[in-house]
Design a protein around this ligand. Structure first.
Ligand code: FAD
Ligand code: THG
Length: 822
């Protein structure tokens, strides 16, 4: 009798079937897959998915998911019939902007290990003979992309899982989730109760309803998307047999939001060009027995929404001029606020998991990661961009989800700049300094609903005062978007030579207190926590394999009172679910009720000390110490640290004093040359100083020694999560490293995710990059083999151009810490 946990999977679509396969492969054989629809064609999104698999995207993780889907489905068949047909992928450009973007995408492909090359119009037409080469400028050809036969793969996966002991049961709707003492115990269904130790919701676009049964508020919106089949095309006659279905690459025409595939002698055409069409679950067609032409996830075709797309399709593919649309439908699937999937465990009901908003493309990869999370406690592919807990509460509100998901639909194929802000909804969360920031002409970008000044227009007036060696070179249009080089130069210059105010309010901070707090923090972090009151510690959260889950700061404000600066809601969720059951530790997110100004620069002390009777001298408040104090009568907590690498403090106060604190500092700073400074300068300065940004520079895929934060690990302090996994590793054993680069020509700024070449071969990728105003040259950090030591020449591929760079010793600015510790 097996003793592995009893798992119920809700939903037998491509995600549920893959998960049953992955779990049973790992020896978990007590798996029951329930679906409200009949098997194997349940009537969910998978039942009608045309199955185009394009692997490459901006996200390394999503690309890795897709790569695994291709690999797995290539080795899968149902009675000899294929589950993956490697016809290749082709994305064509009809505008210069798109062609440039395909080069950028080719860079991602290289960074993440997908073969691909940008080819000319003639080559495109050779690959896809229906294309008229005169109507296109070129294309990105990715030979390992292709078609997944999703419904057949479900069948094949289900059979394989069943052979290993899994049970699949159709016609069974889950209507409730059972729990006891905060743990899931089973599900209620239309055919009775099914006990379970673990329940995984793979209910596709029904996910919001199923999640709600366990108290989860999933940020997911079902929307319709149009797909049609043409009638038979003479040009395709005799090309494909029924079995093979297709030979030409799957085709994308993103300038018109269209994609194409062959269905034997017909074409299928999908469009994202139409208006967003959110779907209420109550509006789904009621179908008794789903067929390929009629199922709950297929709404009636609204031809008028497709009319324009059809015209553009005909313009691209002349063969369509004599063709007609034979049938079409409005198919339903899931959208989220940032387009990513939703993976994770309920915060309230332990053992209730979700794997939602997943495309066929990523399905096997997501399922493998979920299986690894359940069986091993850790996914080999890092998941922070997929974690359901990455959203703050405001981002899960229904109105927010509806608006942002609609916008994602509209922008799905747009050329998107990495800094491009959403236009709406905005002004959801503002710091107490917001009115002042607006007066100073702040240009705001948004993150998790927060308005964050990127730079301040008012500082443009100081550009003429910039010393010659601080004047930045001009930039190419792309790297210069959402940027103002000379204003950012002013803000960086004043930070390094005078003093600047940075709004640090959006940085999430937690209050952790109680008799058990010290031991609790000690067990979860890599650093020594039992320091004197007033100590601040830069420390890491690791996973069980020693991967970096986060880097945080822990300030000991009292014997049993800590303020913890974290990287986002994932950290809050992590701390919350590890609270001891005995109530000895309390945890509170105090971000919204408080605010923070980073007061940084060589004149920071000249600014703050005259405003306070408390001692802000080097001796009175040393580096990485904190204390409660008053500034101009305002009660504050001052922490002596600086992510930009200058003398100064993070000054915290409660929200109602924020504006006064800002005004007092700004007024008193006038004679010292104070400026308000934004995130653009901030990012450049922190990179010069070598400070890592978690999620961008390092994730759970990296250990602290590789990431260059090994100094924060104290293996001798006693047990903590991840310690044993690091045994025997240190800086000298690493085979890859987060590496600092300077750009040779002094002017080519890259943005991140570009591939880096060593001796002519792709060897890694850029994480963060910026123009270093202090050095007067662009800089970047990149993951590279450890053999790339300082002085090694490398090349960064930026669009279609090779940018020469050199590995540098880091940090580039103030390695001796003279600026900070004085
Ligand atoms: P589903 O396949 O919907 O499975 C969820 C299952 O859960 C359903 O079978 C449902 O019956 C069951 N269920 C729900 N609630 C309950 C309950 N309470 N009790 C029991 N069972 C329940 N993706 C690609 O990668 N490439 C493409 O080319 C592509 N093209 C698409 C074209 C169209 C027109 C559409 C609409 C989608 C397309 N997609 C594509 C997206 C893709 O189809 C979906 O993302 C994917 O199929 C979702 O799989 P799933 O297993 O999560 O959901
Ligand atoms: N401020 C606070 N908390 C934070 C951040 C912050 N938590 C999340 C994130 N940012 C953490 N990142 C860093 C990175 C580097 C430093 C601080 C926070 C830093 N490092 C010193 C160094 O490497 O020189 C540490 C020196 C030491 O350990 O003594 O300052 O911005 N509150």
């Amino acid at each position: 009798m097996s003793t592995t946990p009893r798992v119920v999977i809700i939903g037998a679509g491509i995600v549920g079937a893959n998960l049953a396969d992955e779990l049973t492969e790992r020896g978990w054989d007590r798996v029951t897959v329930l679906d409200q629809g009949p098997l194997p064609l349940t009537g969910g999104s998978t039942s009608h998915a045309p199955g185009l698999v394009y692997q490459t995207g901006p996200s390394k993780t999503m690309t890795a998911f897709a790569q695994y889907t291709v690999e797995k489905f290539t080795g899968l068949d149902a009675d000899g019939a294929w589950c993956f047909n490697r016809v290749g992928g082709l994305e064509i450009a009809t505008t210069a902007e798109r062609l440039a973007d395909l080069h950028r995408k080719q860079g991602w492909a290289t960074s993440w290990g997908v073969p691909g090359e940008v080819v000319g119009p003639q080559e495109c037409a050779k690959l896809h003979p229906l294309l008229d080469p005169d109507r296109i400028l070129g294309g990105l050809h990715t030979p390992t992309d292709g078609l997944a036969k999703a419904s057949r793969a479900v069948d094949a996966l289900a059979r394989r899982a069943q052979a290993r002991g899994a049970r699949f049961q159709g016609g069974t709707r889950v209507v409730g989730v059972r729990q006891s003492g905060g743990r899931v115990t089973g599900v209620e269904t239309t055919r009775g109760e099914v006990p379970a130790d673990i329940v995984v919701c793979c209910a596709g676009f029904w996910g919001r309803a199923v999640g709600a049964m366990a108290g989860m508020n999933l940020p997911l919106l079902p929307m319709a998307h149009q797909y049609v089949h043409t009638g038979p095309l003479p040009e395709l006659a005799g090309r494909n047999d029924e079995h093979g279905e297709a030979r030409m690459p799957i085709l994308r025409h993103q300038d018109r939001d269209l994609y194409f595939r062959e269905h034997v002698d017909r074409l299928g055409v999908g469009s994202y060009a139409h208006r967003p069409m959110p779907v209420g679950l109550e509006d789904l067609p009621r179908v008794d027995g789903p067929t390929e032409a009629s199922m709950p996830s297929m709404l009636p075709f609204t031809g008028e929404d497709f009319a324009e797309s059809w015209e553009y399709a005909r313009r691209l593919l002349p063969a369509l001029e004599t063709a007609r649309i034979e049938d079409g439908f409005n198919g339903v699937f899931s959208f989220t606020p940032d387009g990513g999937p939703l993976i994770g465990e309920s915060p309230e009901t332990a053992g209730f998991w979700i794997a939602e908003a997943v495309w066929v493309t990523h399905s096997a990869g997501v399922a493998r990661s979920v299986a690894q999370l359940l069986v091993d406690g850790r996914s080999e592919v890092e998941l922070h961009g997929c974690d359901v807990h990455r959203f703050d509460e405001i981002e899960t509100a229904e109105a927010y989800v509806e608006e942002t998901a609609r916008q994602n639909f509209i922008e799905i194929y747009d050329v998107k700049h990495p800094l491009q802000p959403r236009l709406s909804p905005r002004d959801l969360r503002v710091s107490p300094f917001h009115a002042r920031q607006k007066e100073l002409g702040a240009v705001f970008l948004e993150a998790h609903g927060w308005e964050r000044p990127h730079w301040y227009g008012a500082n443009a007036a100081l550009a003429k005062e910039l010393p010659m060696d601080w004047r930045p070179p001009s930039r190419d249009a792309w790297s210069g978007m959402f940027h103002d080089p000379s204003v950012v130069a002013v803000e960086a210059w004043r930070t390094r030579t005078a003093v600047a105010l940075y709004d640090m309010t959006p940085l999430k901070r937690l209050e952790i207190g109680g008799p058990g707090a010290l031991a609790y923090l000690d067990g979860l972090t890599t650093g020594k926590m039992d320091k004197s009151v007033g100590a601040v510690t830069y420390t890491l959260l690791l996973d069980a394999a020693g991967g970096v889950r986060s880097d945080i700061t822990v300030a000991r404000l009292g014997e049993q009172e800590f303020q913890v600066g974290v990287n986002g809601n994932i950290d809050l969720d992590y701390f919350r679910r590890r609270l001891p059951g005995d109530g000895s530790v309390q945890l509170r997110d105090v971000t919204g009720g408080t605010c923070c100004i980073g007061v940084w620069g060589p004149l920071a002390r000249d600014l703050v000390q005259p405003l306070s009777r408390d001692d802000f001298s080097h001796e009175g408040l040393k580096f990485f110490r904190c204390k409660r104090a008053h500034i101009a009568g305002i009660p504050v907590t001052a922490m002596r640290l600086s992510y930009v690498g200058e003398l100064g403090w993070e000054v915290y106060t409660s929200a109602e004093y924020g504006r006064r604190l800002w005004d007092v500092l700004y007024e008193a700073g006038r004679g010292l040359g104070v400026v308000a400074a934004g995130r653009a300068a901030f990012n450049s300065l922190r990179l010069e100083k070598g400070y890592r940004a978690w999620g961008t520079d390092m994730t759970t895929e990296h250990d602290p020694y590789e990431a260059g934060v090994g100094f924060a690990v104290r293996p001798d302090k006693g047990p903590f999560v991840g310690r044993d996994a690091l045994a025997g590793r240190d800086e000298s054993t690493v085979t890859r490293r987060l590496t600092c680069l300077t750009v040779d020509d002094g002017r080519s700024v890259v943005l991140g995710s570009e591939p880096v070449f060593l001796d002519g071969d792709p060897a890694g990728y850029v994480t963060s990059a910026a123009f270093s105003h202090t050095l007067g040259t662009p800089i970047a950090y990149a993951w590279l083999p450890a053999s790339a030591t300082p002085g090694t020449p490398v090349e960064i591929k930026y669009f279609d151009r090779m940018v020469r760079a050199t590995v540098a010793a880091e940090p580039l600015v103030d390695p001796e810490m003279k600026r900070i510790r004085r």
